[in-house]
Design a protein. Structure first.
Length: 364
């Protein structure tokens, strides 16, 4: 009984923290429904002439780094990037000094030339880079190889670190997760500080599916103690009944402290520790949620800020096994939205009143 009371008080305190964060314009807390107004990017972004090889050469000549920005016009996460990160003077100054950012339309059929000289549509280029979430930013080395890829929205402090990691060419000697860990002494906490959910399975974490397949997809939550973003996840999206019901009915779920030495057998059957597995997976953001199929193959990962709509859609995508028909989550989500929008005019209006035109919704 006492444990239940303590847990309830803890959740209430976290909920209050989330409410205060929302009021203060927190990096992690925003409504991720498709925006009513169009997302615009700064006028200092480069104009897109669809010749990324030439953009790369120009950036090299000027001592800058080429970056491609993949976004959507009504993407709430893109809006958060533009109105939070790119409104901070230090980030704007640093970005303009060291980077050339070229915006791309992830749905455009227009042909472009990639930094490596290949010719394909903007849409196909987006898919080839696995931009499952928008915004996505791809940073290029001088030879056109990828130095760093950010999928989704990241809070300002990690976004700054990503800019510095690439601009100072730390990618030549270490991975981005190692760079972050070396520079941030706040990354290691006790597992007891993490918020648990009733659908999380208890240790031992024997997740092997390589010999005997699981009966359901597996969701692995990589978190850490004293983690504000993790608290937001647990007190907002994961508190929704729709999410909890989906997790309980359709997924096996475990929570791992990404800095812990607790033993884990991975879905591929490899004995390791939570910390070593997180490093092997290249994780640098907490919380990160990785989804595996019944045979232990990774389907998709959410390793950036996530709110209710995006999490709900991803759970639907995986639990319905739509990934077997459409590998790219964004393409599936767009098709699903299109079908819904096409069906909506056929639905009778009980009030028999004309409706205002509604802009097509976009996947989150």
């Amino acid at each position: 009984m006492l444990n239940k009371i303590v847990s309830l008080i803890f959740i209430l305190v976290l909920s209050l923290t989330v409410s205060m964060a929302l009021a203060a314009g927190d990096d992690f807390s925003f409504d991720d429904q498709p925006t009513s107004d169009l997302v615009t990017y700064p006028d200092w972004f480069k104009q897109n002439f669809l010749e990324l090889d030439e953009d790369l050469a120009e950036a090299n000549k000027n001592g800058k780094v080429l970056v491609t920005y993949f976004g959507q016009k009504r993407c709430a996460y893109c809006k958060q990037l533009m109105e939070t990160n790119f409104k901070l003077p230090d980030i704007v100054k640093y970005t303009r000094k060291h980077f050339d950012i070229v915006p791309l339309d992830i749905w455009s059929p227009e042909e472009l030339t990639t930094p490596k000289g290949q010719v394909m549509s903007e849409r196909d280029y987006s898919i080839s880079l696995d931009t499952n979430f928008t915004p996505s930013l791809v940073f290029y080395k001088p030879n056109g190889d990828i130095a760093l890829r950010l999928r989704g929205y990241y809070p300002a402090y990690q976004f700054r670190a990503a800019l510095e990691y690439v601009a100072d060419e730390h990618y030549l000697v270490e991975s981005f997760p190692d760079y972050l860990a070396r520079g941030d002494s706040t990354l290691r906490f006790e597992a007891e500080d993490m918020v648990e959910e009733p659908f999380f399975e208890k240790p031992p974490f024997h997740l092997d599916r390589s010999v005997i397949p699981g009966s359901r997809p597996l969701a692995v939550f990589f978190e850490q103690g004293n983690c504000h973003a993790c608290d937001i996840l647990h007190t907002d999206p994961l508190r929704k009944q729709q999410i909890q019901r989906r997790m309980e009915q359709h997924f096996d779920s475990v929570q791992l402290d990404m800095w812990s030495d607790i033993p884990v057998v991975t879905p591929a059957g490899k004995p390791t520790t939570a910390k070593d597995w997180a490093k092997e997976l290249g994780l640098f953001y907490a919380p990160s949620i990785l989804f595996f199929d019944e045979r232990g193959k990774e389907i998709l990962r959410i390793d950036s800020v996530v709110q209710f709509v995006r999490l709900r859609n991803v759970l639907n995508y995986i639990s319905s096994k739509a990934y077997l028909r459409e590998k790219n989550y964004l393409v599936w989500s767009a098709k699903t939205r299109r079908l819904i929008d096409e069906m909506m005019p056929r639905m009778p209006n009980p009030l028999s009143q004309p409706t205002q035109p509604v802009a097509p919704r976009q996947p989150q």
